[in-house]
Structure formats: structure tokens, C-alpha cells
Design a protein around this ligand. Structure first.
Ligand SMILES: [Zn+2]
Length: 203
């Protein structure tokens, strides 16, 4: 894991190569016991800040959402639970395509997002689907679900790998077939140090 500060919070560096993978990388220690500091989306406010950090939400849309969440604490907490459930299901399905229960969770969320999407065009007439920037607590989840569906529909989906680093498990696209670690600066370096110590011990 590897982090930077965004709007006053520590946030994981986007190393995944796709926002849906960076979303999975808001948790570290996949497959092991819960780690102190392994959860980057510790509250709804951090979820909004991460959604800005990932490029899925314009920064000007974040403040009204943060204010709304402050006023509506219980629904915001439920929304955060739903986001984490989507994250676990997405992580599972990306590594295990036969996990149909997880696929059904991701598909349900993606279909909700599709039902809310609107088709808009830029100044050159190039059209794209987007989730409208309404001030509603489910906007971060719908935007993430849309990004997840995009990745699952894309050939890049076959390039998803998980970092084997201890207490990590972050996902990334391995475009050249040579990437093993989330980052050489963290997990890759730790493995190098361990291998060096092992060699020293042996000889
Ligand atoms: Zn790692």
C-alpha cells in the first residue's frame, strides 16, 4: 500500500490503472484478518473524498454531498455499508470469475447505475453516458458501479492481477505481463529486502 494526502485525508495512491481497481484498493489486507489502517473508506466523508481523488466525482460536487451526509448520518452510514459490500463483491469476481453470487451483487449495482445514467454530448458531439450530478447519497456508489461494469465489459478485465504482498492484495492491470507488485516502492521493495535477508542467512 501506498498513500497520499487528499483534502485532509490519507488516500491510497491510484496504482490500479482503472478506477474500479483503485476502488478495490481502498482496502488493504484482502484475504487476511482486518488490519489497523487497512480500511481507507472509514466513513462516508472519506468515501466522497476518495470518489473525487479517483476522478469519478468533480471536486465542486463533493461539498454539497459532504454537507448532506453530515445532516443525514444514518442513511450515509448505510450507504457506506452498501459501497463496501459492492467493493468485496467486485474484488471477488475480478479474481474468481466463477463466483456467480458476487457477480450478481455487482450486476445489480451496475444495473441500478445504468437505469440512472443519462446520455450527454461534449462540444464536439461525442456522446457518453454519465450518472447525473445530483446531490444524493448514492451518487458515489452509482459512479463506482458504472466504472466496475465498464471494466467487466472490457477486454482489459483479463489483465487484472492481485499484489501478492503481505497485508496487501491490491489489484492492478498487468498490461505488459510483467507486473508482480502494486508498487516497487512498497510491496516490491519489502519482498526484495526479505529475499536479501534470506540469502544472507543462508550464506
Ligand atoms: Zn502490494
Amino acid at each position: 500500500m501506498y498513500w497520499t494526502e487528499v483534502l485532509g485525508y490519507p488516500m491510497p495512491k491510484p496504482i490500479g490503472g482503472h478506477p474500479a481497481l483503485d476502488f478495490c484498493d481502498t482496502y488493504a489486507g484482502w484475504g487476511g484478518p482486518a488490519l489497523p489502517g487497512g480500511e481507507w473508506l472509514a466513513d462516508y466523508d472519506r468515501l466522497v473524498v476518495w470518489t473525487v481523488h479517483s476522478g469519478l466525482l468533480p471536486v465542486e460536487d463533493s461539498q454539497p454531498l459532504r454537507t448532506l451526509a453530515e445532516r443525514r448520518g444514518a442513511p450515509a452510514a448505510r450507504e457506506l455499508d452498501a459501497v463496501r459490500r459492492l467493493r468485496s463483491a467486485l474484488y471477488a469476481v475480478l479474481l474468481e470469475p466463477a463466483d456467480t453470487a458476487s457477480f450478481a451483487i455487482v450486476a445489480g449495482e451496475a444495473e441500478q447505475a445504468a437505469a440512472r445514467a443519462e446520455l450527454v454530448a461534449d462540444a464536439d458531439g461525442v456522446a457518453f453516458w454519465r450518472i447525473p450530478s445530483t446531490v444524493e447519497l448514492d451518487v458515489p456508489r452509482l459512479r463506482v458501479a458504472r466504472a466496475a461494469a465498464e471494466l467487466l465489459c472490457s477486454p482489459e478485465r483479463a489483465l487484472v492481477r492481485a499484489c501478492p504482498g503481505e497485508e496487501c492484495g491490491w489489484l492492478f492491470l498487468d498490461r505488459r505481463g510483467r507486473r508482480r507488485w502494486c508498487s516497487m516502492a512498497t510491496c516490491g521493495n519489502r519482498a526484495k529486502v526479505r529475499a536479501f535477508e534470506e540469502r544472507q542467512r543462508r550464506g
